[in-house]
Write a protein that binds this ligand. Structure first.
Ligand SMILES: [Zn+2]
Length: 121
C-alpha cells in the first residue's frame, strides 16, 4: 500500500482511537455515577439496574472496537495493514474505507461470523 494511503488510514484510526478512549472513559465514569445514585435512591433500583446493564454492553462493544483499532495501528507499523488475517488476501479498498480496522476480507468476515454463530448455537 502506498505511503500516503497508509498515512491516511493511520490518521483515521488514531482519530477513532481517541474518540473511543474518551467514550470508554465517559462510560466508566457514568457507570460509577449510576452506582452512587443507586445507593442514595433505592426506590429507583430497578431502573438503575436496567441502565447499568445497557451501559455495560455499550462499554464492552467500545472496548472490543478499541482493541481492533489498536491492532490495526500495529499492523500499519508492521507493514501488514490491508491484508486479511485469515487468507492474507488484500482487503478491498472500499471495505477499508468503510472499516479501516477490518481484520478480514469480506469472505473471511462472513465465514468468521458463521463460525461464531455455530459456536454459540
Ligand atoms: Zn480473507
Amino acid at each position: 500500500m502506498k505511503k500516503d494511503r497508509l498515512a491516511y488510514f493511520r490518521k483515521r484510526l488514531v482519530d477513532k482511537q481517541r474518540q473511543l478512549v474518551e467514550e470508554v472513559g465517559r462510560t466508566a465514569l457514568y457507570g460509577k455515577d449510576q452506582e452512587d445514585d443507586s445507593i442514595k435512591d433505592l426506590g429507583d433500583q430497578a431502573n438503575t439496574a436496567y441502565n447499568r446493564e445497557f451501559i455495560f454492553e455499550l462499554g464492552n462493544g467500545d472496548r472490543r472496537l478499541l482493541r481492533e483499532v489498536v491492532s490495526a495501528l500495529q499492523k500499519i507499523d508492521e507493514g501488514s495493514f490491508g491484508s486479511c488475517e485469515r487468507c492474507s488476501e488484500l482487503i478491498s479498498d472500499k471495505r477499508l474505507e468503510a472499516l479501516p480496522f477490518a481484520r478480514y476480507c469480506i469472505n473471511c468476515q462472513r465465514a468468521a461470523e458463521e463460525e461464531e454463530r455455530m459456536a454459540t448455537g
